[in-house]
Design a binder for this molecule. Structure first.
Ligand code: PLP
Length: 217
């Protein structure tokens, strides 16, 4: 697949859902990908990227930023509180605020730094013990608390269980967001972004379909 083809598929899915194509932000997930592949996508004019590790992003993106203007970087993987400051200096959005302690740390640092990336709260829609995010039953309280901390909460994020129908999880996330007055929905990956768009995704996180399979060494 290419960036061009993915954009065409997004446009088609938006049209089918009666949505504007510009209502969906494509986050190109560049984790683990060789720099040459990332540069190729930058050269095509794309500027919105996602990384799941702060360390890896810090090693890669400052250099790209010297060459390319307007890079919009999104953290989509788990955040340890001791990396929060670095993450807030590097990323324009954090999709993986998954527990009160992380929210509190970000709020404190936002005061100190005088700014804060856009925040998405991660919901563990599949209630999987090994997965990050707050349980659906605790989601409303988490949104309230994050807002009380003055965090710029833009929306919710989920990663559905691998062996379940993702659309059920997308629908659940959309329902929780709607009742909390949140416009942002970070959901949908290479295998399921069209169904995420049908259910209201505003941010889709697509890696391998753009860059090819990740090769872990
Ligand atoms: C890696 C990753 C993606 C992208 O996955 P693909 O299947 O390659 O599209 C999306 N979201 C998160 C949280 C990820 O870690």
């Amino acid at each position: 697949m290419s960036l061009f083809e993915i954009k065409a598929r997004i446009a088609k899915a938006c049209q089918a859902a009666g949505r504007n194509a510009d209502s969906v932000t494509l986050i190109a997930v560049s984790k683990v990908q060789p720099n040459a592949r990332v540069a190729a996508v930058l050269d095509e004019g794309h500027r919105v990227f996602g990384e799941n590790r702060v360390q890896e992003a810090a090693a890669k993106w400052p250099d790209f930023r010297e060459t390319y203007d307007g890079i919009d970087l999104h953290l989509i993987g788990p955040l340890q509180t001791n990396k929060a400051r670095q993450a807030m200096e590097l990323f324009q959005a954090i999709h993986s605020v998954d527990r009160p302690k992380v929210a509190q740390t970000i709020a404190r640092l936002a005061q100190e730094l005088g700014g804060c990336p856009d925040i998405f709260l991660q919901i563990n829609t599949g209630e999987e013990p090994q997965k990050a995010g707050v349980m659906p039953a605790e989601a409303d309280a988490f949104v309230t608390d994050a807002r009380a901390l003055d965090l710029p909460v833009r929306g919710l994020m989920c990663i559905p269980p691998v062996d379940e129908e993702p659309s059920l999880h997308f629908a659940l996330l959309a329902k929780i967001a709607a009742r909390n007055g949140l416009a942002g929905l970070s959901m949908g990956m290479s295998g399921d972004f069209e169904s995420a768009i049908a259910l209201g995704a505003t941010h889709i996180r697509v890696g391998s379909a753009i860059f090819g399979e990740r090769e872990y060494s």
